[in-house]
Structure formats: structure tokens, C-alpha cells
Design a protein around this ligand. Structure first.
Ligand SMILES: Nc1ncnc2c1ncn2[C@@H]1O[C@H](COP(=O)(O)OP(=O)(O)OP(=O)(O)O)[C@@H](O)[C@H]1O
Ligand SMILES: [Mg+2]
Length: 398
């Protein structure tokens, strides 16, 4: 049996029965909540355990006992009634895959179990988890269509992969009109659509098979789906996909349509950097303000990097000055990319990164500086993380 669930009410039972029969070849849903879980004799082949602990008097102690009892499982997830952040944190620290407050969403439960089990099985110590290489996630979004998002993603990806020798994956979330594969003269990825639509198929082998290699260190996930084939995906499937890909890569760069701000906000929330590409025009200014507000609302703590693109020298009609633009958006522009159709437009038409065709151009020089910012900040983030985990480890001996 690969999944066992213990429930205390009919509604949860019905949801979990549907989930178990959908995703696991052999699984069972039993009545009795935490008491039944504690009396249960687990067999070796149980991979996933779901326990409704709303019947427990002391939830934390009960969960600890259940975690110890099912320590051989890949994921143990708790369901409860108490909406308590401190309890949630304690349980995650203790090794639970998740703690979900009723009423449950069975897809969310499935994603939590699969995601956590791949990267953080309950039996692993926090020290071993922090040693694993996890890619930094860079979510790039344009203030308006045509702002230059794809051009930045392709060239920054190329530079990080080939100059900085990092293992990079580019993902084009526009599965109908995406242009990353076109820009790099690569085949669209077979399997990307399936991975987005059907999270049950996502595992590392499947995703690695779907990646299209452009160079030994640069791969892409991009599709050119027909308009007749509406691809349904949401936060759950993208999160699972990205979490699975993160292992053993250095950077995942996502070319994100603006619709993702509503459809997949997790792409912003989970990002290490959110990059907003804008032109220095009045319409772009309006949309930059709107998008920045939304990003700050859903991912306030993230590194937000604003890039101004297609900047023309001097005072030009229709173009706002950097100073005016910055004061209106109340944020500093990190990088200004010059208008360079002879480099960027030509590279897109040739299906090659401008970084190979014109490595010495001013625009590529600025994209190099952008990559330096990302790469240096990433090293800082890693050092911070490492020192936190050492502090945490030593803290136990106080
Ligand atoms: N720095 C630049 N200088 C001149 N032209 C540029 C520059 N950056 C992008 N472009 C041009 O702008 C157009 C749009 O670029 P790109 O496809 O990268 O934008 P996008 O934001 O991804 O567009 P979409 O919203 O369609 O996805 C292309 O023709 C590209 O050549
Ligand atoms: Mg684009």
C-alpha cells in the first residue's frame, strides 16, 4: 500500500478517497483520525501518510508521535481545524510535509506531499537539507507586451550559463506565444505542457526528459501549443515543476506573462528575484506602478530589480528621464539597457543570443552587469543561508 489516510469526518473522507484513487495505485482511507493512526501498524511500503489530527487534545505531541511511528514514509501530512501559524511552523520543523486547515483542497494536499517528499523527507535532518544545491529562481515580467522580457531572459540566461559557467534553465510560461525556443533556434519542449497540466507525471526523470539542451549548461522549457489546445495550469503544478527542477541547477529563469500575477502568484512569491522590465514611456510607467504594487503586495520580501529597456540617449520625445521615472515608481532602476535594434532585433531574427553575436555591444555589457548583480547577490544569499544553518545547528547545544 503506498498511501494511508486517517480521517474524522465525511467531507474530508470523500475528498481524500477521490485523491487516493486518482493518484495512488493502492491506498486506503480509514476512519479514526489521530487515534487510529497511533494504533495502526505501518508496513514498509507506505510512502505517504495523511492524518486528520482535529481529534487530538495536544496536537503537537500527537503529531510528534505519528511522525516517529511513520518515520519510514516519504511524506506525512497533517490536517486540522486550528489555524495556528506557530503550530504550522513547529510541525514543518519536526518533519511534517504540511499542515492543512479544513476544509481541504485535495490537489493542494497531493502537491505538498509530493513536493516535500522529493526534497525534504521527514527523516532528513535540517543540516542535510541545507547542503543540497538548490537553484535560485528569477521571475522576469514585462510592464507591457514587447518591453523586452524575452530578450533579457535569453541573454542573461546565456551569460550566466556560458560566462559564469552556471547550470541554467529558462522557462517560457507563455505556452502559446512564447518565443524563447524561437530566439535560440531550439525545438519546443515535448512534455512541458503535460508537466503543467498533470502534476502526477512530474518527477525528475520526466522533467529532465522534457528539457531541451541549447548548450551543455543551458536548457529550456518552452512550448508552442496550438490555440485550439487550451493548457490548464495553476500555482500547484508550476510550483511542483519548479521545485523538482531546482535540485542540482544554479538558476531557473522564468519568462512570465503578466497574467501570471493573477494565475500563478506563487511564481513571484517563491522567486529569489523578481525582475520587472519596462520602457521609459508614459504607458509603461502606469503599468510599472500597477505591477510593482501587485508584486510588493504578494511578494514584499523579495529582491525586486527594475530594468529600463530600449533607452535612447539624451532628451527624446516620448521618453521620460530616468530620474522622473524613478520618482514616480518610488523605486531605483537597477539597470538601463540602451535601445539597440541592430543587436537585439537582429539576434532574435537570427535565432541566436545577442550575447554570442555581439558580446562587446553596450546592451550586452549592461546585461552582463545585470548578471553580475544577480550572481553576486546569490553568493551573499548562500552565505547568509549557510551562516543561519550553522547558527541553528550550534544553537541546539546552548
Ligand atoms: N534593448 C532593445 N533595443 C532594441 N530593441 C529591443 C530591445 N529589447 C527588445 N527589443 C525588441 O523589442 C521587441 C520585443 O522584444 P521581446 O520579444 O524581448 O519582448 P517581450 O517583452 O518578451 O514581448 P512579449 O510581450 O511579446 O512577450 C523585439 O522586436 C525586440 O527585438
Ligand atoms: Mg516575450
Amino acid at each position: 500500500m503506498n498511501c494511508v489516510a486517517f480521517v474524522t469526518d465525511v467531507e474530508t473522507r470523500v475528498s481524500l478517497e477521490a485523491l487516493v484513487s486518482n493518484y495512488w495505485s493502492s491506498g486506503i482511507v480509514l476512519e479514526g483520525g489521530s487515534k487510529a493512526a497511533l494504533l495502526y501498524t505501518p508496513s514498509k511500503d507506505i510512502k505517504y501518510v495523511i492524518v486528520d489530527v482535529s481529534d487530538a487534545k495536544n496536537i503537537k505531541t500527537t503529531c510528534d508521535l505519528i511522525l516517529a511511528k511513520f518515520s519510514g514514509a516519504q511524506g506525512v501530512l497533517f490536517i486540522g481545524q486550528a489555524n495556528d501559524v506557530a503550530l504550522y511552523r513547529d510541525l514543518i520543523r519536526a518533519g511534517a510535509a504540511d499542515y492543512v486547515v479544513k476544509p481541504i483542497n485535495s490537489e493542494e494536499i497531493y502537491t505538498s506531499l509530493i513536493t516535500s517528499s522529493k526534497h525534504q523527507t521527514p527523516t532528513q535532518s535540517s543540516a542535510s537539507v541545507s547542503n543540497k544545491k538548490q537553484a535560485k529562481l528569477i521571475t522576469v515580467i514585462g510592464a507591457r507586451g514587447g518591453a523586452g522580457t524575452t530578450s533579457l531572459v535569453v541573454n542573461a540566461g546565456w551569460i550566466l550559463a556560458n560566462t559564469h559557467k552556471q547550470n541554467v534553465v529558462l522557462i517560457d510560461m507563455d505556452v502559446h506565444f512564447g518565443t524563447i525556443s524561437l530566439a535560440l533556434d531550439a525545438k519546443p519542449s515535448i512534455g512541458f505542457k503535460d508537466a503543467l497540466q498533470d502534476p502526477s507525471r512530474v518527477d525528475i526523470q520526466f522533467i529532465e526528459g522534457a528539457l531541451v539542451k541549447v548548450t551543455p549548461t543551458l536548457s529550456i522549457l518552452a512550448a508552442e501549443e496550438s490555440m485550439r489546445d487550451y493548457v490548464v495550469f495553476n500555482d500547484n503544478s508550476t510550483k511542483l515543476l519548479i521545485e523538482t527542477l531546482k535540485e542540482n541547477k544554479d538558476y531557473i529563469i522564468i519568462d512570465t506573462p503578466r497574467s501570471s500575477l493573477v494565475r500563478c502568484p506563487q511564481l513571484m512569491m517563491d522567486a529569489d528575484y523578481v525582475v520587472l522590465v519596462s520602457e521609459l514611456t508614459v504607458p509603461s510607467l502606469r503599468d510599472t506602478v500597477t505591477i510593482l504594487n501587485q508584486i510588493k503586495r504578494i511578494a514584499a520580501h523579495k529582491n525586486i530589480i527594475v530594468v529600463a529597456n530600449k533607452a535612447r540617449p539624451g532628451i527624446t520625445s516620448g521618453q521620460l528621464s530616468i530620474k522622473d521615472f524613478e520618482s514616480q515608481i518610488d523605486t531605483k532602476i537597477a539597470i538601463v539597457l540602451p535601445n539597440a535594434p541592430e543587436v537585439i532585433e537582429k539576434a532574435l531574427n537570427d535565432g541566436k543570443a545577442a550575447a554570442i553575436l555581439a558580446p562587446k555591444s553596450k546592451v550586452i555589457g549592461e546585461i552582463n552587469s545585470f548578471c553580475d548583480i544577480i550572481h553576486n547577490k546569490s553568493k551573499e544569499l548562500d552565505t547568509e543561508q549557510q551562516s543561519k544553518s550553522i547558527k541553528g545547528f550550534l544553537g541546539r547545544f546552548k
